[in-house]
Design a protein around this ligand. Structure first.
Ligand code: PLP
Length: 387
């Protein structure tokens, strides 16, 4: 493909019409686990699919270009991607992580910490003094998740990656909530970007997958070799589906975030709602940073109900368009209750420190007609108000 193409063109067409066997416009899927050696001691470009696979490489190449990185490594889940991105940490090394990250991330880091595989400090990265105190301990890695799951806290990526580098730490950013369509952390100073490709990149809630994108080729090569060594590389079928999802990434995300903005404004004005967490609202503490570092405010939001857990139960039981389910980033709108679902793995004390209350609900906004989504929430909230 020519150099300098717009990211929308890359998403829609990277690798299209390259098939030399039959001229297939859409690249064929290569499910073969093993590849023929053309001659003794002469492997071809591929030998074994755990190490390398043409379909997976096509996806990796596309994601690396979208993120502005040198190399992407495709793995079997977002958790595998996080674990791979942190695999350079040795016993005694320190990791600084966000205190309100995805619950599975919190569990992974806490368990690795408890086993002595590295040390972890969880910190509110929007609190400059707390972050500076953590960085004074000279971490080897600083992990950022912005906007954070589920409270949508926005971290200034350029500032934190700069501070991380100043103390010699690797800066890793989880870009799952926005996707490269809305945020490109490498351009803001990240060394590694992590994705749960399960979410917006695939976008259809039918693949579990992950990616690590390295700013530097040598780092990417090392991670690819380690992913092969520990056997976490992703499957070709998943790669095929994810690449198909990426073809429509920009149009999906653009429409989904339009819907999200309208729903956030509606919830913000509703008397049964005490607080809305959406960076697109001017009242959001991270609004100005989000405006500066993101290309849009995204399709995720969370809100707190005045009536706590009882109100949550009434609301979710009265919804017909939103589905009560974990995960996010698909074309269908989902509602989740973080304390009992996505963040149930976090101990209650850590949840309280992070600010995840019993009345908190998280929405992943899909592609439905916005009026149907508004009517659904309105009906549910009416039931809450009636008690
Ligand atoms: N990172 C974030 C921000 C997430 O929200 C999730 C899952 O919800 C993950 C990582 C983990 O991804 P996966 O479920 O694909 O392992």
């Amino acid at each position: 493909m020519p150099e300098g193409l717009d990211a929308r063109t890359i998403a829609a067409t990277n690798g299209v019409a390259q098939d030399t066997s039959f001229g297939a416009v859409i690249a064929p899927i290569h499910l073969s686990t093993t590849f023929k050696f053309p001659a003794f001691e002469q492997p071809g470009p591929y030998d074994y699919s755990r190490l390398g696979n043409p379909t997976r490489d096509q996806l990796a190449d596309t994601i690396a270009k979208l993120e502005g990185g040198a190399r992407a490594v495709m793995v079997s889940s977002g958790m595998a991607a996080l674990d791979l991105a942190l695999s350079s940490l040795c016993p005694g090394d320190l990791l600084v992580a966000p205190h309100d990250c995805y619950g599975g991330t919190h569990r992974l880091l806490s368990l690795r910490g408890a086993r002595g595989q590295y040390r972890v400090i969880f910190v509110d990265q929007t609190d400059e003094a707390a972050l500076a105190a953590a960085l004074a301990h000279k971490p080897k890695v600083v992990l950022v998740e912005t906007p954070s799951n589920p409270l949508m806290r926005v971290v200034d990526v350029r500032r934190v990656t700069g501070q991380a580098k100043a103390v010699g730490a690797l800066a890793v950013v989880d870009n799952t909530f926005l996707s490269p369509a809305l945020q490109q952390p490498i351009a803001l100073g990240a060394d590694l970007v992590v994705h749960s490709t399960t979410k917006f990149l695939n976008g259809h809630s039918d693949v579990i997958g992950g990616a690590v994108i390295a700013a530097e080729a040598a780092v990417g090569d090392e991670l690819a070799a380690w992913a092969n060594t520990i056997g976490v590389t992703g499957s070709p079928l998943d790669a095929y589906l994810t690449l198909r999802g990426i073809r429509t990434l920009f149009v999906r995300v653009e429409r989904q975030q339009q819907n999200a903005g309208q729903l956030a404004a509606f919830l913000d004005a509703h008397p049964a709602v005490s607080r809305v967490h959406y960076p697109g609202l001017e009242s959001h503490p991270g609004h100005a940073i989000a405006r500066a570092q993101q290309a849009g405010f995204g399709a995720m939001l969370s809100f707190e109900l005045v009536g706590g857990r009882a109100a949550v139960k009434t609301l979710v039981e009265n919804l017909q368009v939103f589905t009560l389910a974990e995960s996010l980033g698909g074309v269908e709108s989902l509602i989740a209750h973080p304390p009992t679902m996505t963040h149930a793995a976090m101990d209650p004390e850590a949840r309280a420190i992070a600010g995840i209350t019993d009345g908190l609900l998280r929405l992943s906004i899909g592609l439905e007609a916005v009026d149907d989504l508004l009517a659904d929430l309105s009906r549910g909230l009416k039931a809450v108000t009636r008690g």
